[in-house]
Write a protein that binds this ligand. Sequence first.
Ligand SMILES: Nc1ncnc2c1ncn2[C@@H]1O[C@H](COP(=O)(O)OP(=O)(O)O)[C@@H](O)[C@H]1O
Ligand SMILES: [Mg+2]
Length: 372
Amino acid sequence: MARVLFNNVVKRYNKSGQLSVDHFNLEIEDQEFMVLVGPSGCGKSTTLRMVAGLEQISSGDIYIGDQLVNDVPPKKRDIAMVFQNYALYPNMSIFENMAFGLRLRKTEKHVIESSVKSQSRTLEIEHLLERKPKQLSGGQRQRVALGRAILRTPQVFLMDEPLSNLDAKLRVQMREMIIELHRELATTMIYVTHDQTEAMTMGTRICVMKDGLIMQVDTPEVVYNRPVNRFVASFIGSPEMNFLQGTIMEKERSLYFSTKRFFMEIPYSMHEALRAGGNVDRSVTMGIRPENLQIVRELDEPPTDGTQITGIVTFSELMGADRYIHLDLGHEQKLVIRAPAFTKYADGTRLEVTMKSEFINFFHRETGNAIR
Ligand SMILES: Nc1ncnc2c1ncn2[C@@H]1O[C@H](COP(=O)(O)OP(=O)(O)O)[C@@H](O)[C@H]1O
Ligand SMILES: [Mg+2]
């Protein structure tokens, strides 16, 4: 059982180069499932490898439990790591691969035997113990790698994109398995992925990274509904959050979001933040997720005043249960609506839509930071 604490951790691979991890501050609580998520190259693996002791820290401190581990060799850190490419020993049987860590620790033979058996039963690989890794499918190999890590009973599990080599269906199964394992083992987990769906579904908290920096750390719900900036807003969620440009206007003590085509009243709960930041009469970016838009009706004619939000269907994508309907609002503004699959409109149809206004987010036009 252990928390993991990052204190101003910096990683610079080359003296002249950019920081791969830039003053990283994060406390991962004991038994937490923390997901590090972000685009390729943002420093996720580097961060994880510093916890594992596979990369030197340039400056700052990392603690596992109460121990400062900066100079502790990997073997002594009481962690287990699962990699994307499984990293099994090709010449050893599956049994030997799983038993390896226990043998190193001079565990008694019958204990090794029963532990490997019982763990392989849980992971449904019991029938594969005599085989060599190359005789297994990707999903089976990944389960062996997981089993090997679990048998080490580490204080902290580190996983670096462990599912990204698997096909979509298997990935979903393994995702569930890892969530269940975490529940059973109650061990701290740090899980790295570039896949926002994995992050959303697996993490008790998620840490969104960009260019070596932490953008936001919070529960999936908060990150999804209240992203701190436009980067997080677009990275998390699919299809992406819609962004519209407009101006905050005040009229008879009410605030409105106004574009060239329409204006809408802003919920009272957002007024204070908008006023405090001096955003009245300023141009801002508004964000609304595709599922928070609703189609009201089809229109034959363009509206004559600005009280309706309308647009022309440019194309639709059927996604099974959902249909993504793309609308052109004019003036280079676009919206994607997530509607049930049976909602069907021909391209060129003019639609009126409404927004669930409690779900809108405002961002500063220049910085992209959320207005709170
Ligand atoms: N061994 C290395 N030597 C030099 N630069 C590296 C090395 N490993 C990673 N980097 C650089 O550090 C940055 C972060 O990489 P990485 O941690 O692998 O990102 P991620 O896992 O998020 O894709 C990237 O710019 C990458 O090119
Ligand atoms: Mg990586």
